[in-house]
Design a protein around this ligand. Sequence first.
Ligand code: 13P
Length: 339
Amino acid sequence: MNLAELNRVANAMVAPGRGVLAADESAATVKKRFEVIGVECTEDNRRDYRELLFRSKGMANISGVILFDETIRQNAKDGTPLVKIIEQAGSLPGIKVDRGVKPLPFSPGEVVTEGLDGLRERLVEYRGLGAKFCKWRAVIEIGPGIPSYNCIHANTHALARYAALCQDEDLVPIVEPEVVMDGDHDIGRCYEVTEFALKMLYQELFHARVKLEGTVLKPNMVVPGKNCAKQASAEEVAEKTLRVLKECVPASVPGIAFLSGGQSDLDATARLNAMNRIGPLPWKLSFSYSRALQAAPQKAWSGRVENVGAAQSAFAHRAAMNGLASLGKWSADLEKQAA
Ligand code: 13P
């Protein structure tokens, strides 16, 4: 393991004013997103859509791109590998390596992420294709009587085994324990579950001998459930999220890049900004968004070649707004000026 190089890559992923674009949706997830905009989910359409993002000037604010297995092997329309286009934009290619979730036995309503079998061999191949970092997402649901210890233990143990394998193959692991927003629980319940998951995660990473300097954490923000009657201000989300992170995440972690998790585009930006206005913090706080970066360009594109420029501008706008939020320099006025 080359820890100096892992640390360099991890720091680059959270460089000032930049963050990660999660473009690693499976074909099934892209199908759902394309249905909303009336686009057929073909391999060419997936390629054309992602190519327009990777060729957008918005890449100036994108430090790294998480790809799906199909995309890391795909060429642009002119034959250039998509990985090369990402590198030419000054961004690092990464790859999602988990194989999705399966029901956890004897734990109704809970899931465990799979993908450890054969992972080392896949990591070697992905490194050969240009990947510099990886992602593995654990899903933790909140509901009556869940999550269980069994769910959090199984998922954080798998995350630690994945992270150790990545580092042994000189790839930076993004460790993502996502406490999902579905449900009517309040913000306090999200805090408790997030604390439980992060405490167990760092214990498992320690036992697996993972070097935290060569990792990036991708957590949820501490937010009320989507169906909770009492929603929270950006300041409350920022205060509670920072409190739990300070309780749980060692200072040797170079950066924390949040998932958006179904928050609105503006909430995802405003809440990240509110956190970065509170300082000083031991780690960089940035973004690793899929939906909160892509909803606007998807809508603008709607599968039409004449809309490519508008879609690229919509993506560049969200990337720039989140880049400013990663510095605590965003304000709502900047959204209006651009509209
Ligand atoms: P969202 O930002 O849409 O939550 O996706 C981030 C991600 O990569 C989930 O694994």
